[in-house]
Structures are given as structure tokens and as C-alpha cells.
Design a protein around this ligand. Structure first.
Ligand SMILES: Cc1cc2nc3c(=O)[nH]c(=O)nc-3n(C[C@H](O)[C@H](O)[C@H](O)COP(=O)(O)OP(=O)(O)OC[C@H]3O[C@@H](n4cnc5c(N)ncnc54)[C@H](O)[C@@H]3O)c2cc1C
Length: 382
């Protein structure tokens, strides 16, 4: 039986391992002692993403309303009339996905940090504690700071960094998410407040050249009157946006954050992983069957996942870059344009996994396209 070594036991690693275990002997190396810890994620997913992940983690809360708070403080509400996002137990999801991969036959080795990697005639990995592993195929599911990625020569186009606190604070509305825009809380990205009963998940992501996330979070708490609320837990992390280079090389494939398979508009990575895993498995199975694990033989993977996620990634990246060039004044003018029933109707009709569709839809409406034009021009030519 051919063999695969998966580095990283997060959602991308576990889902890949479960799929590969159908036709190969799979070992997963994970540097932490257990799956899902530490948690560096908000845990927001669409109902469709949850269906694709095919797991039932605890759902802490569900949301049908989005409030966007612009820099001036103006709040624009989009009531979608149906659940668009769930707040899930992300650590629980990681545990379930790892268990499923084990049930499928994959062997997990925890506390195993892959340190030196090579992929020539075969794949060889040595761990920090001196363990040696070899296999036919290496899958890099080792997150945003991937070591495996170096073997492909790829690198993320950019990163945003995030911080998040769970605080003891009950928000008035339990079925809506607040998203905050503006340079004082989240330059280049956005901030959020998400209710789940007596607690609230408050956090933000911002571009790398922005002030420290901890400083921005202090501003956000002060603006939302939550500075004195007890902090129950803290997390932080980086999100890769876009990729220079390829997600395959001789005997190597990348998946998840290691491949920058992240929606640039929202920073969400779980949905793209669920879409990319079947492509990885299909290409690997064909390559094993052909006895050819060369880069050429693995290249259909890249074409397939990019085709599948193209709209969201390409348009999303363009929107993200344009957004980064808008000033607070521009964003406040955008507030005036999106506070509109036609826009509300469009928001209702799209999934959070295809937010770039919203832009495409708006561009098909001559009236909205005309109104968006000055902002597109400002975004493209800062
Ligand atoms: C602040 C923040 C909020 C987010 N919110 C959301 C959200 O609400 N919804 C959403 O869909 N996405 C969200 N994301 C993105 C999401 O968390 C990631 O896209 C997702 O975790 C990627 O999964 P992965 O398996 O590729 O990587 P990871 O989950 O990072 O898993 C990689 C694993 O590899 C292990 N590893 C790394 N290096 C090695 C090594 N050398 N040897 C062995 N093991 C190694 C790590 O320990 C880790 O367990 C958020 C990200 C951040 C930072």
C-alpha cells in the first residue's frame, strides 16, 4: 500500500488523512499534545460549511442578522431572515475530525514537531525529538507558518493578524453579529462582537503594519463599553491571504492555511478546506495508481481547487486590496450607499462563504454599479 505523511493535525490535516486513508497508509504528525488546542479561530461557519465538514460540533449560537458599524458609529443592519452562521466549538470540531481520521485508519502521533523535511526519491521527515519517518507522499497541513510549504517554494502574499477575547458580557441581541470597520479598531480588515449567552467573543484582525492588535482591541472594548468585563479566555493568530507559487511539488501537496486556502474577505478557512480536500484525495489517488508522484502528476490538484474556489478567492483578494485603500471617510460614505433595500435583498440571498458574489451581483445592477464606481476607483488608485 502506498504511504502518506501528513504534517499537521488541524482540520486540513485530519480531513486529508481521513480521505487518504481510503487508499494509503497514513501517518499524521501533530506538534501539540492533542487536537484543537490552542484554539486560534472564532469558530464561525455557515450551515453549508458545517454540512461539508460533515461533523456535528456543539453549536454555541446561530445568527441571522448582521450589524455593520462604520467608523462614524453609523450602524447598518442586514436581517437575512434565516440562519447564515453558527458559532461552533472549534476545538470540538478538531477533535471530531481527528477521531474520524483515526477511525478511517490514519495513525496520529502527537507531540511530534516536524523539523527537517526532504522529498527526493521518497519523503523523509525528522521530528524535534529525533523521530524519523518516511513515506511516498508528504501533505503539508501545518498551518499558516508551514514548514512543508518551503519545499514548494510558495509563500503567502500577505498576512493579517488577529486577537480575540471571550468576555463575561451579555449582548442585548443574541441573534446578531456586530462587525466594526475603521482605522481605530481594525485597519485593513474588521473587528467583531459575537454573543453567546452570558459571554461575548470580541476580536479583530488587522493588517501587519497596523498598531498592535492588543492596542486595537483596547480601543474596541472602550468603544463598546466592555473594557471592564472579565476576560475568560484569550487567543491570537495570523491568517495568510493569497499565495505566490504552487501548492504542489514532487511528492508534496499543501492544504488549508499552508496553501493560503482562506477567503480573503472574511478570513474564513474551514469552508475552503472542506472544498479542497476531495480534490487533494482525488489527485493523490490517481498519482498513486499511476505510480507517479512527480509535480506534473500532482498538478491537477492545484487546477481543481483553484477552479472550485476561484470566484471567492480571486474577487475576494481584489476586494480586500481595494478595501485596504479606503479611508474612514470613504467607508462612512459607503455606509450611505449600502443602507439600501436592494443591497439588503442581495445580502439576504448570499452565503457567508460567497461574499464576493455580493460584489458581482451589485455590479450587475446598473444603479448600484454607478454608485460603487467612485469607491472602486478610490480602492484601485489610492
Ligand atoms: C483570529 C482568527 C479567527 C478565525 N476565525 C475563523 C472563523 O470564524 N471561521 C473560519 O472558517 N476560519 C477562521 N479562521 C481561520 C481558521 O482558523 C484556519 O483557516 C484553519 O484553522 C486552518 O486549518 P489548518 O488545518 O490548515 O491549520 P491549523 O488549524 O493551524 O492546523 C495546523 C496544525 O499543524 C500543526 N503544526 C504546525 N507546524 C507543525 C510541525 N512543524 N509539525 C507538526 N505539526 C505542526 C499545528 O500545531 C496545528 O495543529 C480564523 C483564524 C484566526 C487567526
Amino acid at each position: 500500500m502506498p504511504s502518506a505523511l501528513v504534517v499537521g493535525g488541524g482540520p486540513a490535516g485530519s480531513m486529508s488523512a481521513a480521505a487518504l486513508a481510503r487508499f494509503s497508509d497514513v501517518t499524521v504528525l501533530e506538534d501539540h499534545p492533542e487536537p484543537g488546542v490552542p484554539m486560534e479561530c472564532t469558530g464561525l461557519v455557515s450551515p453549508e460549511a458545517l454540512r461539508l465538514l460533515d461533523a456535528r460540533p456543539d453549536i454555541y449560537n446561530s445568527f441571522s442578522i448582521l450589524n455593520v458599524v462604520f467608523p462614524s458609529g453609523r450602524r447598518v443592519t442586514f436581517d437575512c431572515g434565516e440562519v447564515k452562521a453558527h458559532l461552533i466549538d472549534r476545538a470540538g470540531l478538531d477533535r471530531m475530525l481527528a477521531e474520524r481520521a483515526e477511525d478511517a485508519g490514519a495513525r496520529f502521533i502527537y507531540g511530534a514537531r516536524a523539523e527537517s523535511l526532504s522529498a527526493g526519491d521518497g519523503v523523509r521527515v525528522r521530528t524535534a525529538s529525533g523521530g524519523e519517518f518516511s513515506a511516498d507522499l508528504l501533505v503539508g497541513a501545518d498551518g499558516q507558518s508551514s514548514k512543508v510549504r518551503r519545499l514548494t517554494g510558495a509563500s503567502p502574499r500577505r498576512y493579517v493578524r488577529g486577537i480575540q477575547h471571550d468576555i463575561r458580557h451579555r449582548m442585548d441581541s443574541q441573534d446578531s453579529i456586530d462587525v466594526f470597520l475603521g482605522s481605530d479598531v481594525a485597519p485593513g480588515f474588521f473587528a467583531w462582537m459575537i454573543p453567546f449567552g452570558d459571554r461575548t467573543r470580541i476580536g479583530l484582525c488587522a493588517s501587519m503594519d497596523a498598531p498592535l492588535p492588543s492596542e486595537l482591541l483596547r480601543n474596541l472594548k472602550s468603544r463598546t463599553g466592555t473594557s471592564d468585563s472579565e476576560v475568560v479566555s484569550k487567543s491570537s493568530g495570523k491568517i495568510p491571504l493569497g499565495l505566490r507559487g504552487r501548492t504542489f511539488a514532487d511528492r508534496v501537496m499543501l492544504i488549508g492555511d499552508a496553501a493560503s486556502q482562506v477567503k480573503p474577505v472574511s478570513g474564513g478557512g474551514l469552508y475552503p478546506i472542506a472544498r479542497a480536500v476531495p480534490h487533494l484525495a482525488q489527485t493523490a489517488e490517481a498519482a498513486f495508481a499511476a505510480g507517479d508522484l512527480s509535480a506534473r502528476s500532482l498538478s491537477p490538484y492545484e487546477r481543481a481547487w483553484r477552479r472550485d474556489l476561484r470566484g471567492e478567492l480571486r474577487t475576494g483578494m481584489m476586494l480586500r486590496m481595494m478595501y485596504g485603500n479606503l479611508t474612514d471617510g470613504d467607508l462612512d460614505r459607503v455606509a450611505g450607499e449600502v443602507d439600501d433595500d436592494r443591497v439588503r435583498e442581495m445580502v439576504r440571498s448570499v452565503s457567508i462563504d460567497s461574499t464576493a458574489d455580493l460584489f458581482r451581483m451589485a455590479m450587475r445592477s446598473p444603479r448600484l454599479a454607478m454608485r460603487a464606481l467612485p469607491f472602486i476607483a478610490r480602492g484601485l488608485v489610492p
